[in-house]
Design a protein around this ligand. Structure first.
Ligand code: NAD
Ligand code: TYD
Length: 344
């Protein structure tokens, strides 16, 4: 094994820094005083972006309210703040929304990534981390796990748009020698996750004694990791990841959806009678599982948060922060919830 060179970022542009994982990354980097030149967050604050996620740290980073598809704004942001490093989280991230309205996924995830890459290439950025997902690999059968050599075979408009952006990033690395690294992580959970995703949706519904809508037979499998462990993996890739490479990130923690829902109910002391099986998601990927051997061996990263501890902390956070999730669930989210669940 060759030990990759170490890279020291100075000023880091974090796109999508007001979202679930991006805000965790910003928080961790600030708390650990990682970047001498500071952090610039670029985010256009969609329904999923919320500056409240970073309210207590608002003087510790610069914020630019804008769209990654806006080439002039992206160029100006890189220049004005003398950015030398980019960590790219900004995306439309929810599979169900990509089935209800796919076009914005191509716009943000494909075009937005390309605009950001091109502006970064022209400024000689020192390192660019493209935060992707294990969903680009498609669906697994009962055995095996995704490695970095698994062919990409996405099935939803969301995963297809992420896969398309991965290909453009890889083309930039090959053609121009652009110093981009791709990470592909499994399903994240933790505080500040928008309550449209499985775990926070089940917690916030159970707290209110609302039905818990499980798609199909509930036996689809996801490989769960705490968002802080994902952040730590990205920090390791930033420091020691080899440009042009892909790193899978996962905690060897597979669960069926129905078992996750039962765990949430147990942690909240709520009855299983709240579980309601509803019509399955279209083209619902059966199983995801990450083989994290490469990042473990080459970068020495491993997850630190045991799942039961992380879930207990997450449930406690949603119980304590009811005003946060009540606020983000107003307006647009109500329309989405009706479309997604009421006619199922
Ligand atoms: P999220 O939906 O919570 O946050 C996305 C953020 O991007 C929001 O702050 C939003 O306002 C911003 N954004 C959206 N469109 C934008 C645009 N055009 N310009 C600027 N900002 C824009 O997503 P998340 O769960 O934090 O995911 C972050 C990244 O990690 C995504 O790229 C996603 O594909 C990837 N990922 C997520 C998971 C997961 O389980 N959530 C797992 C693996 C990878
Ligand atoms: P989700 O959190 O949307 O993540 P992803 O689809 O990107 O893996 O969903 C996780 C799993 O939970 C997935 O198999 C779909 C299922 N699911 C439900 O059964 N009910 C729900 O209401 C939601 C949102 C998801």
């Amino acid at each position: 094994m060759t030990q990759p060179d170490s890279y020291t970022p100075r000023t880091v542009l974090v796109t999508g820094g007001a979202g679930f994982i991006g805000s965790n990354f910003v928080r961790t980097a600030i708390e650990e005083q990682r970047f001498t030149g500071g952090i610039v967050v670029l985010d256009n604050l969609t329904y999923a972006g919320n500056l409240e996620n970073l309210a207590d740290l608002k003087d510790a980073f610069a914020f630019v309210h804008g769209d990654i598809c806006d080439a002039d704004l992206v160029r100006k942001t890189l220049e004005d703040h003398a950015v030398d490093t980019v960590v790219h989280f900004a995306a439309e991230s929810h599979v169900d929304r990509s089935i209800l309205g796919p076009l914005v996924f191509t716009r943000t995830n494909v075009l937005g990534t390309h605009v950001l890459l091109e502006a970064s290439r022209q400024r000689d950025i020192g390192k660019f981390i493209h935060v992707s997902t294990d969903e680009v690999y498609g669906s697994l059968g009962p055995d095996g796990a995704f490695t970095e050599n698994t062919p990409i075979a996405p099935t939803s408009p969301y995963s297809a748009s992420k896969a398309a952006s991965d290909l453009i990033v890889q083309a930039y690395a090959k053609t121009f020698g652009f110093p981009a690294v791709i990470t592909r992580c499994s399903n994240n959970y933790g505080p500040f996750q928008f309550p449209e995703k499985l775990i926070p949706l089940m917690i916030t519904n159970a707290v209110r004694d609302l039905p818990l809508p499980v798609y199909g037979d509930g036996l689809n499998v996801r490989d769960w990791i705490h968002t802080t462990d994902h952040t730590r993996a990205i920090l390791a890739v930033l420091a020691r990841g080899v440009p042009g490479e892909v790193y899978n990130i996962g905690g060897l923690n597979e669960w069926t959806n129905i078992d996750i829902v039962r765990l949430v109910l147990r942690l909240l002391g709520k009855p299983e009678s709240l579980i309601t099986h509803v019509k399955d998601r279209l083209a619902h990927d059966r199983r995801y599982a990450i083989d994290p051997s490469k990042i473990r061996a080459d970068l020495g990263w491993e997850p630190l948060i045991a799942f039961e501890d992380g879930m207990r902390q997450t449930v406690d956070w949603y119980l304590a922060r009811q005003e946060w999730w009540t606020r983000v669930m107003t307006g647009e989210y109500q329309d989405y919830y009706k479309k997604q669940y009421f006619s199922r």
